[in-house]
Design a protein around this ligand. Structure first.
Ligand code: PMP
Length: 453
C-alpha cells in the first residue's frame, strides 16, 4: 500500500478530472513517483511502461535533463511575463517563430494558450472575429464530427460529441452541429473512396440544412483520439479541407493529440498535404513538462482579423498566455524532436508498434487494429463477424485499465472496449515489445472475465 497519509489527503481533498468521484473515493489514488524514458515508477517502486505518454502528451518521454535545465534557467531569469500591455518575452517570440517556420503553408501566426481546450475556445472566438471583420457576423454556426473530442470547457465540450461531456449542460449549443464520423471499422461503406464521399456529402448536406451563409467552420481531428483512435482513410482530410474551401467555410484541424510527432511528422496536416485555416495544438508542444497550447492562424485569417477587431482591440486573453517557462520548455522540446532524433525514432517505433499490435489479430477478442505512427488502437469485440462490442459491464474501462496496471502497463481503456496506445517517441524496440506483450496478457485476462463473455 502507498503511504496512507498521501492517499488520505488525495481522497479528502483532490478532485480528479473526468472521474467518478465516488469510485475514486473508494479506490484511492495510484501515486506516480518518477519517470525515465518510456517508464514510470509508482510510489511503491513498481515499474510500468507508459504506453499512453501520460495523457497522449509526454511525447519526448520522461527524465530529459535538458528540458529541466531550460525551464530552470527561464524560471531563474524571468518566471513570468504578461503578453498584455504590449509586453512579452524572448522564449515566447522565438517559439512562435520556430513553429511558424515549421507549420505547413502560411500558418504564420501563433496564439499561445494553457492547453488544448482553451486553444479550441480561442479558435472559435478568432473565427467569429474573422467573419465579423468580413462583414458576415451571421456566420456563427460550427460543425464537428460524431466521436470527436475538442476539450471540456463549455464551448469545446459542445463541439465534442461524447455525451458524458454534454449531460446537464444543455450542450451542444444550438450553434454546434455534428456529422457522422468516418469510423472505417464501423462504416457501412465498403471502400475508402465511398467513406470519403459520404463525409463530403454529409458536410455539404449539413451546411445546406443550416443555411449556406450561416456556417463559420468545420472542426476535425486528423485522427479522432478520445472517441477511440479512429483513423480516417488517406485522403479524407484533404477532401474535407477542399470541401470547406468550396463551401466558403473555415477548416480547423484540431491537432492537440496528432501534433508533435505523434503520427510521424511535426503536424499530421503536413502528412495529409493540407494547410488548414487554423490549427489547434497542445500536449506534445511542451511534451507535458509544462502546460501550453496554441492556435495557428494562416496569413489570411490573421490579416483579416487584424484589419477588423484587431485594428482596435481583440478582447481575448489569459494571464498565462505565452508563459515564458512553458515557451522555454517548448523550444527545448522542439530541439529534441529534431536534433535529438525523436521524430525519426518515433516514426521507426510507430511501424514496430503497429506491426506488433497487428500480430494480436489472432486473439479471439481483437476485432480491429488501427493507427498511424505512435498512435494506435485495438478494438475488442465478442464476435468478430458481427463486430459485437464488449457488453456494458460496470466500469469496463476501469477493469481493463486495472488489468494493464497489474501487468506493468499503462494504456487507455475506452469504455466501449477500445484500447488506446500513444507511447513516447523515445521508446526503444524493447519498450514497444513490452507494450505489445503486456497487451496480449490484458486481452487474455479480459477474455477470462465472466462478465465480458
Ligand atoms: N482537442 C483534442 C483533439 C484533444 O484530444 C484534447 C485533449 N485530449 C483537447 C482538445 C483538450 O485539451 P486539454 O485537455 O489540454 O484542454
Amino acid at each position: 500500500m502507498y503511504a496512507n497519509s498521501i492517499v488520505e489527503l488525495d481522497r479528502a481533498h483532490l478532485i480528479h478530472p473526468v472521474a467518478s468521484w465516488r469510485s475514486h473515493e473508494k479506490a484511492g489514488v495510484r501515486l506516480l513517483q518518477s519517470g525515465k524514458g518510456a517508464w514510470v515508477t509508482d510510489a511503491l517502486g513498481r515499474q510500468l511502461v507508459d504506453g499512453f505518454s501520460g495523457l497522449w502528451c509526454v511525447n519526448a518521454g520522461y527524465g530529459h535533463e535538458s528540458i529541466v535545465e531550460a525551464a530552470t534557467r527561464q524560471m531563474r531569469e524571468l518566471p513570468y511575463a504578461t503578453g498584455y500591455f504590449g509586453l512579452g518575452s524572448e522564449p515566447a517570440a522565438r517559439l512562435a517563430a520556430e513553429l511558424a517556420e515549421r507549420t505547413p503553408g502560411d500558418l504564420n501566426h501563433v496564439y499561445f494558450t494553457l492547453g488544448g481546450s482553451d486553444a479550441v475556445d480561442s479558435a472559435v472566438r478568432f473565427i467569429r472575429y474573422y467573419f465579423g471583420a468580413k462583414g458576415e457576423p451571421q456566420r456563427d454556426q460550427f460543425i464537428s464530427l460524431e466521436q470527436g473530442y475538442h476539450g471540456s470547457t463549455t464551448v469545446g465540450a459542445g463541439l465534442t460529441a461524447l455525451p458524458v461531456f454534454h449531460n446537464g449542460f444543455g450542450l451542444p449549443f444550438p450553434w454546434q452541429h455534428k456529422i457522422a464520423s468516418h469510423y472505417p471499422y464501423r462504416n457501412r461503406a465498403t471502400s475508402d473512396a465511398e467513406i470519403i464521399a459520404a463525409s463530403v456529402a454529409a458536410l455539404k448536406a449539413k451546411v445546406a440544412e443550416i443555411g449556406p451563409d450561416r456556417v463559420a467552420a468545420f472542426f476535425a481531428e486528423p485522427i479522432q483520439g478520445s472517441g477511440g483512435v479512429i483513423v480516417p482513410p488517406h485522403g479524407w482530410m484533404k477532401a474535407m479541407r477542399e470541401t470547406c474551401r468550396d463551401l466558403g467555410i473555415l477548416f480547423v484541424a484540431d491537432e492537440v493529440i496528432t501534433g508533435f510527432g505523434r503520427t510521424g511528422p511535426l503536424l499530421a496536416s503536413s502528412e495529409d498535404d493540407i494547410v488548414p485555416d487554423l490549427v489547434t495544438v497542445a500536449k506534445g508542444l511542451t511534451s507535458g513538462y509544462a502546460p501550453m497550447g496554441a492556435v495557428f492562424l494562416t496569413e489570411h485569417v490573421y490579416q483579416t482579423i487584424a484589419d477588423g477587431a484587431g485594428a482596435s482591440l481583440v478582447g481575448h486573453g489569459f494571464t498565462y498566455s505565452a508563459h515564458p517557462v512553458s515557451a522555454a520548455v517548448g523550444l527545448e522540446v522542439l530541439r529534441l524532436y529534431e536534433e535529438g532524433g525523436l521524430l525519426e525514432n518515433g516514426r521507426a517505433m510507430g511501424v514496430r508498434l503497429l506491426d506488433g499490435l497487428n500480430g494480436l489479430r489472432d486473439h479471439p477478442l481483437v476485432g480491429d487494429v488501427r493507427g498511424r505512427g505512435m498512435l494506435a488502437a485495438v478494438e475488442m469485440v465478442t464476435d468478430k463477424e458481427a463486430k459485437t462490442p464488449l457488453p456494458a459491464v460496470a466500469e469496463p474501462g476501469r477493469r481493463i485499465f486495472d488489468r494493464a496496471w497489474d501487468n506493468g502497463l499503462i494504456i487507455r481503456a475506452f469504455a466501449h472496449g477500445v484500447l488506446g496506445f500513444a507511447p513516447p517517441l523515445c521508446c526503444t524496440e524493447a519498450d514497444i515489445d513490452a507494450i505489445v506483450e503486456r497487451t496480449r496478457m490484458v486481452l487474455d485476462l479480459t477474455l477470462a472475465d465472466p462478465d465480458i463473455r
